[in-house]
Design a binder for this molecule. Structure first.
Ligand code: UDX
Length: 457
């Protein structure tokens, strides 16, 4: 019998998958979206999660949830050093996850025997647990393929002296990875710079040891990078994005969405509003917040700005500069957290000032909204270069934030000819994104391959 042809429901034993997200907003959301896709294909789903940033099980009656101890102190859950947090999670979760797997495997489970572990790339310790129990592990990479190509090149970049980065503002091209410059290479502020290199080395090694790789991406936005990964990592490969178009996953939001902004958007002119949000982790100096505020005010464009608690380093509450509210009354709205996918799909939104987290970038492409790119750390710089210089659907703000530069960049995007060109380009990509999800489209087919691959284990 050719087992690759059976569906999960047709197989004698039920098929049970264990999913392990990394407990950060930009990683939980795509894992939940993937869980919904796999559930719709007939698999039973258990989501293993940490206490830190725990999802709300009652929001997902179709999934089973298993909490494990993450060993983090309250101070550790609040630290700004994301690299240190991820390193701690990889160390602390190993034992509890191992114990949970041993328990689940020893029980007669009505959900069926565990066929496979699907885990976030950052949770690289799950590979050794999978190896221990001789269970295949498939990786979900929630960031771009282009950024992974850059990470995979880290040994070469170190050998050639690009890394560690000496001058983070250097415009010097990285000839091995066009069109990247030194300043675009993944970087993150951390107390111990070795943690980034160690994490990347682990991810590269454990990718080779895994049984497959899932991407929230599709051919038309990352053709070159996806082909390169396929060539360099000879493991089953599934670019199935854009994930949020199968099911929104918006219920996985860790902060409550403020829906009043949709009512406000309803009153604005078509494509007039610039939506501003820098994701769930990026933070800025107080001075930068002031420049953004006055840049928005002086641009003359209507704006919707997400200012998360914690957006300004060193304080939980955020105060707007004096006179800003009076100056922008009726033309601007500031909220703590927005229903972003709904906002980007709103006809009044004509531009997105983003940090280019990969979820935000894909969500913007899928709604045909051109971007003003202000990458902050990690993969975001690579993504911004892809958006501005390869796809040509955005313009990048560089070399410091100044109010005059900001208002000019907003106008370039929203009202100048250059912006029109980007809008045309991104609309074409939106059509391609729609197409790849339909029968015969590349992501549609990759999902079928993923299902068959899991069933063949
Ligand atoms: C992190 C990293 O920073 C990013 O570089 C990496 O690619 C993924 O993990 P984050 O910074 O939060 O993610 O950015 P992003 O990937 O864009 O994810 C943010 C998510 O939060 C998006 O799905 C977005 O729709 C959602 N969001 C954001 C809201 O729902 N409301 C908001 O107001 C802002």
């Amino acid at each position: 019998m050719d087992r690759s042809k059976e569906g999960p429901g047709q197989h004698r034993k039920p098929t049970h998958l264990v999913l392990f997200p990394c407990p950060l907003q930009g990683h939980i959301t795509p894992m939940i979206q993937l869980a919904a896709i796999l559930h719709s294909k007939g698999f039973s789903i258990t989501i293993v999660h940490t206490q830190f940033n725990s999802p709300t099980p009652s929001d997902y009656p179709n999934f089973n949830f298993e909490p494990i101890s993450d060993g983090l102190s309250t101070d550790q859950t609040q630290m700004e050093d994301v690299m240190a947090l991820i390193t701690l999670l990889n160390g602390n979760c190993h034992g509890p996850f191992n114990d949970l797997m041993a328990q689940m495997l020893s029980e007669e489970d009505p959900r069926g025997s565990i066929r496979c572990i699907v885990s976030d790339a950052l949770m690289h310790f799950t590979q050794s647990v999978a190896d221990h129990f001789k269970i295949p592990r498939i990786i979900l990479r929630t960031s771009s393929a282009t950024s992974f190509v850059t990470c995979a090149a880290f040994p070469l970049l170190r050998e050639k002296g690009y890394l560690p980065i000496q001058d983070p503002q250097s415009e010097m091209p990285v000839s091995e990875l066009p069109p990247l410059r030194i300043k675009d290479l993944p970087n993150i502020s951390t107390d111990n710079s070795d943690t980034l290199y160690e994490l990347v080395a682990h991810m590269n090694n454990e990718t080779r040891a895994s049984s497959g790789l899932i991407y929230n991406s599709f051919d038309h936005i990352e053709e070159t990078a996806l082909a390169k990964i396929q060539q360099d990592f000879p493991i089953p490969f599934f670019p199935i994005g854009p994930l949020h178009k199968y099911s929104s996953g918006s219920s996985s939001s860790l902060l409550p969405h403020d829906h009043s902004c949709i009512i406000w958007l309803d009153k604005q002119a078509m494509e007039s509003v610039i939506y501003v949000s820098f994701g769930s982790l990026a933070s800025m100096e107080k001075k930068e917040l002031e420049e953004i505020a006055w840049g928005l005010a002086n641009s003359g464009q209507p704006f919707l700005w997400v200012v998360r608690p914690g957006s300004v380093r060193g304080s939980l509450s955020v105060e707007m500069p004096d006179g800003f509210e009076e100056e922008t009354q009726g033309r601007g709205l500031v909220v703590k957290w927005a229903p972003q996918q709904e906002v980007l799909a709103h006809p009044s939104v004509g531009g997105f000032w983003t940090h280019n987290g990969w979820n935000s970038t894909v969500e913007s492409i899928c709604e045909g909204v051109p971007m003003l790119c202000w990458p902050c750390f990690g993969d975001q710089k690579v993504n911004a270069r892809l958006v501005s210089h390869v796809l040509k659907v955005g313009v990048q703000l560089e070399n410091g934030l100044e109010r005059e530069k900001i208002s000019w960049a907003i106008r370039r995007l929203m009202v100048e000819k250059e912006g029109e060109e980007m809008r045309r380009n991104i609309r074409k990509l939106k059509e391609k994104a729609d197409h790849c999800l339909r029968e015969g489209g590349s992501s549609y087919e990759s999902i079928d391959k993923l299902v068959n691959c899991i069933l063949s284990f």
